[in-house]
Design a protein around this ligand. Structure first.
Ligand code: C5P
Length: 286
């Protein structure tokens, strides 16, 4: 058994829709960070390709043939010309269809786990190419480090140097389909953000981010009004510097000065909503 690969939640600190491609995909400008919650993908040798699901959100995800983890395994096997044989286990701790990259993070973790198990020697560039073919968010999830996303999400640029901060994720238990949220969007396009090279502290980071937006937040609230309640509840928590929705929702995040403040805030929220507060995912070593 090779060790389980973490599939941390992807959080879009802002997300501007800057344009639209002729194929319908939207051009984005977004700053993605990771954590504090994660799924995990483990890969062990096997005769054929099989996927076992466990964890609190396993029931929301049937092991269908088009599951992104299985598609990732097949794509990697095909790229290196070997049989797609492995026993995969996906531990689903993140809510499904919730704007924090779950399926994309799982696919990226599967690529990393199988790359290790099979010793493909593809390297970062080879894996990134496969990731881009699996979905717009899979490349950033493969990198699993803070990054500025452009193009349709597959163009990764360095993020500003980030200070210490804490994140609180809150999901009201309503699944939102990404294409439906993009379709419900009204209005034009938003210019790309201007970001500094570094933020000295979480308060300065929150001030700059507050001038930016998630363009998918208004259409997501129109489809799922409870998101506005979640945002108001996060905003009212002690120490909260910024509250915003991530990706196409419905998960929202709060930005806090440190991990402990985010953890304390998580305990103060009303029951019934999934929440996780803590430190961002540690940046992987190069
Ligand atoms: O690439 P992925 O399968 O994750 O995207 C899901 C859907 O979200 C796409 O089919 C598209 O409708 C929408 N999308 C988009 N523009 C993006 C990313 C996703 O319109 N940049």
């Amino acid at each position: 058994m090779s060790g389980a690969e973490p599939a941390p939640a992807k959080v879009n600190l802002y997300l501007h829709v800057t344009g639209r491609r002729v194929d319908g995909y939207h051009l984005l400008d977004s700053l993605a960070v990771f954590g504090p919650a994660a799924d995990a993908v483990a890969a062990a040798p096997g005769e054929a390709l099989c996927l076992t699901l466990d964890g609190p959100f396993a029931a929301g995800l049937a092991a269908e043939p088009d599951n992104l983890v299985l598609r990732a395994a097949r794509a990697l096997a095909e790229a290196v010309g070997r049989p797609a044989a492995a026993a995969l286990t996906l531990t689903k701790r993140l809510p499904v269809a919730s704007g924090i990259g779950g399926g994309s993070a799982d696919a990226a973790a599967a690529l990393r786990a199988l790359d290790r198990l099979w010793g493909t020697g593809l390297g970062e560039g080879g894996l990134a190419g496969i990731a881009a073919g699996l979905g717009a968010d899979v490349p950033v999830c493969l990198a699993a480090r803070p990054a500025r996303m452009q193009g349709i999400g597959e163009v990764l640029l360095p993020a500003p140097a980030l200070p210490e901060y804490g994140l609180l994720l809150v999901n009201p238990g309503v699944a939102l389909a990404t294409p439906a949220v993009f379709r419900a969007r009204q209005g034009g396009f938003t210019p790309m953000a201007e970001l500094p090279a570094a933020w000295p502290d979480a308060a300065a980071m929150a001030r700059d981010l507050a001038a930016l937006r998630n363009d998918l937040e208004p259409p997501a609230i129109a489809l799922c009004p409870v998101i506005a309640e979640v945002l108001a509840a996060i905003r009212a928590l002690p120490g909260c510097l910024l509250a915003r929705m991530s990706g196409s929702g419905a998960t929202c995040f709060g930005l806090f000065p440190d991990a402990e403040a985010a953890r304390r805030a998580a305990a103060l929220l009303p029951g019934g909503w999934w929440r996780e507060g803590g430190a961002p995912h540690p940046v992987p070593a190069d």
